[in-house]
Design a protein around this ligand. Structure first.
Ligand code: DMJ
Length: 481
């Protein structure tokens, strides 16, 4: 891995070991506070309302009660050594988790939170129940792929198998493009080729399609197989599609070179059309709409700093240094989006141009406990050991503690520009699965979940690298349609 040039004073002055340990302990305590309150007020429901102290669920889970926070939290609890809490979660799953519910759920969310969470808990703990439940759920998602193109519906009813989309007739790139690493693992674990065939079919279909300006639009019609609006994003609606191209290569022990090539081509086009430098020198990733670049960057897009850095090693034409630097620049921009607000929390969307520099966008100044900036700090820390990433992560942790902590858990806030922001009364399950896990790992040594051995899915659930690729996949062919 290439290293960034050292700037005097930047890589010096790392805090003593005890200080790092204290920070890690503090993050574990935050996890316990989030979990204990969920346990007390909402156990078995999907999420918690930490101010009202009662259950919460969002439309992505349909009208189900599937314990999303339990499944999303298991591996974080395990990694943090919170074994009693892990056991409690495991018992709930053994006794209550039943996917035979008449509810239309998001295929993407079911995959990244539930299948990812269960597989990760299985690999960490070795408990068969998690594998069993992951396979049960995957089999209930399979009817979503019964479309004329094989591009899955966004939503599927877990009992009837009836499919549907969220709001238009299209499926979403970041949704049908974020199934690969979990599905490859499912085939590898079960020997059943069907999961692998489904995701390889999506890949093959995309490879045949025309890409306007080399870009992948965010919407694809699962009936006709044509693109919807020519909007491209490395954030909302696009993000984890790109992430999973890279991670498909990583999880295959770098044998899936087709995935790597597709990733390299995709980010080359993203860089050409979507990435710019602001007047003040901040590198940002905008949104491409019908040939125009909108100079807005979403909090979701902040994950891309980590992705560029993670993909640096193995990039073509000796561009490793370039991508590591690009990752560092995105990390800096996202840090600025936090640092320039009164609360020191980052807004949902921030703007550039016309004198604006990472300025919260109107009506988009909320913070919903998202992980992406911290995720990028963690990857940058692991890949460069520049102590500023630990500093930035700690700043974010302190701001979360100050503005989001309530007696009943942690809540998102309505306006990061306020010194006393109003709470939105939702403790998102990804706060426990991602935000706190990445913070904890930021203050751990590199041998806890080493990047050479684990690939984190887009919900921060670690899956092991399949050494020499997926051996049981050798005879698998793309699905016949
Ligand atoms: C998570 O559910 C996943 O990271 C997903 O890919 C997009 N964003 C949320 C958290 O912000």
């Amino acid at each position: 891995m290439p290293s960034l040039p050292k700037v005097a004073g930047v890589n010096d002055g790392e805090p003593p070991e005890q200080d790092i340990k204290d920070k890690q302990d503090k993050i574990r305590e935050m996890m316990k506070h989030a979990w204990d309150n969920y346990r007390q007020y909402s156990f078995g429901h999907n999420e918690l309302k930490p101010v009202s102290k009662k259950e919460h669920s969002s439309s992505v889970f349909g009208h189900s009660q599937l314990g999303a926070t339990i499944v999303d939290s298991l591996d974080t609890l395990y990694i943090m050594g919170l074994h009693k809490e892990f056991k409690d979660g495991q018992e709930w799953i053994e006794q209550n988790l039943d996917f035979d519910v008449d509810a239309k759920v998001s295929v993407f969310e079911a995959n990244i939170r539930f299948i990812g969470g269960l597989l990760s808990a299985y690999y960490l703990s070795g408990q068969e129940i998690f594998k069993l439940k992951a396979v049960q759920l995957a089999d209930r998602l399979l009817p979503a792929f019964n479309t004329p193109t094989g591009i899955p519906w966004s939503m599927v009813n877990l009992t009837s198998g009836e499919g549907g989309t969220h709001w238009s007739s299209n499926s979403v790139l970041a949704e049908f493009g974020t199934l690969h690493i979990e599905f490859v693992h499912l085939t590898n674990l079960t020997g059943n080729p069907v999961y692998y065939q489904k995701v390889m079919h999506i890949r093959k279909l995309l490879a045949k399609m025309n890409r306007p300006n080399g870009l992948y639009p965010n919407y694809l019609n699962p009936h006709t197989g044509s693109w919807g609006l020519h909007h491209t994003s490395a954030g909302c609606l696009g993000d984890s599609f790109y992430e999973y191209l890279l991670k498909a290569w990583l999880v295959s022990d770098k044998t899936d070179t087709e995935a790597r090539k597709t990733y390299d081509d995709a980010i080359e086009a993203i860089e050409r059309h979507l990435i710019r430098k602001s007047d003040g020198g901040l590198t940002f990733i905008g949104e491409w709409k019908n040939g125009y670049l909108q100079k807005n960057m979403g909090h979701l897009t902040c994950f891309a700093g980590g992705m560029f850095a993670l993909g640096a090693n193995g990039s073509p034409d000796d561009k490793a240094e370039h991508y590591l630097r690009l990752g560092a620049e995105i990390a800096r921009t996202c840090h600025e989006s936090y640092d320039r607000t009164a609360s020191k929390l980052g807004p949902e969307v921030f703007r550039f141009g016309g004198g604006l520099e990472a300025t919260p966008m109107d009506r988009q100044s909320h913070y919903v406990l998202r992980p992406e900036a911290i995720e990028t700090y963690w990857y940058m820390w692991r890949l460069t050991h520049d102590p500023k990433y630990r500093r930035w992560g700690w700043e974010a942790a302190q701001a979360i503690e100050k503005h989001c902590r309530v007696s009943g858990g942690f809540s998102g806030v309505e306006d990061v520009t306020s010194l006393r922001p109003t709470h939105d009364d939702v403790q998102q399950s990804f706060f426990l699965s991602e935000t706190l896990k990445y913070l904890y790992l930021l203050f751990s040594s590199d041998d806890l979940m080493p990047l050479e051995s684990w690939v984190f899915n887009t919900e921060a659930h670690p899956l092991p690298v399949l050494r020499q690729g997926a051996v049981t996949l050798a005879g698998s062919q793309p699905a016949q349609r």
